[in-house]
Design a protein around this ligand. Structure first.
Ligand SMILES: [Zn+2]
Length: 126
């Protein structure tokens, strides 16, 4: 591989697959549409914050039981955190769940509605 990962190639003979403007990137979109698609991104840093917050809440709520269980299970325990995302009109419904076995504990946090619209223009997170 040559060092061409940072290059943005615009093919002036190719039309944008979205708006028809001449000059498309390899993705098929023009610069304008590519920018719009990035800023319209539903999943981003706010989604991550909501996930982290919910996992924190679930963890704190169950840390005593986790502590008890890990000791009862020979100091070894597998905890599963499940993250469910659903995008509806530029908002993301975030719901995380915790699952660990010894006592068959399973619970879910409240759904958090998150919007990335206030985010910076080129704050990309992919
Ligand atoms: Zn376009």
């Amino acid at each position: 591989m040559e060092g061409k990962a940072a290059a943005i190639k615009i093919n002036m003979d190719k039309k944008c697959v979205r708006c028809g403007e001449a000059g498309a990137l390899e993705s098929g979109y023009c610069m304008g549409c590519a920018t719009k698609l990035i800023t319209d991104m539903a999943i981003g840093p706010h989604t991550l914050s909501a996930i982290q917050h919910q996992i924190g809440v679930l963890f704190r709520e169950y840390q005593r039981k986790i502590d008890k269980t890990v000791k009862a299970c020979g100091n070894e325990l597998s905890i599963t955190f499940k993250v469910e995302l659903k995008v509806l009109n530029n908002q993301v419904a975030v719901q995380t769940g915790i699952d660990f076995t010894a006592e068959k504990i399973k619970d879910k946090a409240e759904v958090a509605m998150v919007s990335e619209i206030q985010g910076g223009l080129f704050e990309t997170e992919r």
